[in-house]
Design a protein around this ligand. Structure first.
Ligand code: GRF
Length: 200
């Protein structure tokens, strides 16, 4: 049976990292199993570090602050991750744009708090809240060189209530994220493992 090793990268609160770890670490089906040996952050202040500690998962930390070049930092991150031999790298609120060097050596998946291709970028929740749109949602996608533009794996939309303040709107998005992201990763691994079986 195929065993997949995943790593999770985060920069802040880490609620998606926690949801992914709880749902996927130790997962096993008839086709494949999953191990998450390590999570990583670039931010020494990230609340996710505390979450990782509570989850009992090893958390590696490397601040990007000492690095002048994006590529140089990404190479250092790859050096940290490589010994764990990850098959996929899951971004969970990782606030760094990945350089081609990183993307060429790693399959990367991301979660974005909007219905892509709408509201790309770091202010998606605010922009989608301020818009006239009556639906909002979440996307999980493969990561390519262009910001928030890789092939979409899964999306879930919801209708907003007129009475919702920003906090309620954001809470709805996070609730969906925590369910959708693990489901989307399982979908990718299921497809990946069945292709691998066929080609061997
Ligand atoms: C989430 O809204 C995610 O979609 C976006 O960054 C946020 C991270 O939240 N990419 P958390 O750190 O997982 O709580």
């Amino acid at each position: 049976m195929r065993k997949y090793r995943l790593v999770i990268l985060f920069s802040g609160n880490g609620s998606n990292m926690e949801a992914l770890f709880k749902a996927l670490n130790g997962f096993s089906s008839k086709d494949f199993s999953i191990e998450i040996p390590i999570v990583f952050t670039n931010n020494p202040q990230a609340y996710g570090i505390k979450r990782a500690e509570n989850l009992g998962v090893r958390c590696e930390l490397l601040s990007h602050r000492g690095f002048s070049e994006r590529e140089e930092f990404d190479c250092a991150v790859l050096e940290i991750l490589k010994p764990y031999q990850p098959d996929f790298c899951l971004l969970a609120g990782y606030m760094r744009i990945l350089s081609p060097i990183f993307l060429e050596s790693m399959r990367v998946i991301n979660i974005h708090p909007s219905i892509l291709p709408l509201f790309k970028g770091a202010n998606a929740i605010q922009e989608s809240f301020e818009s006239d749109m009556q639906v909002a949602g979440v996307s999980v996608h493969h990561v390519n060189q262009e910001l928030d533009s890789g092939k979409i794996i899964a999306q879930e939309a919801f209708c907003r209530e007129d009475s919702w303040q920003r906090e309620e709107f954001e809470a709805k998005i996070h609730e969906i994220e925590h369910r959708l992201y693990p489901k989307a990763v399982l979908k990718v691994l299921q497809e990946h493992s069945s292709i691998n079986i066929k080609s061997t």
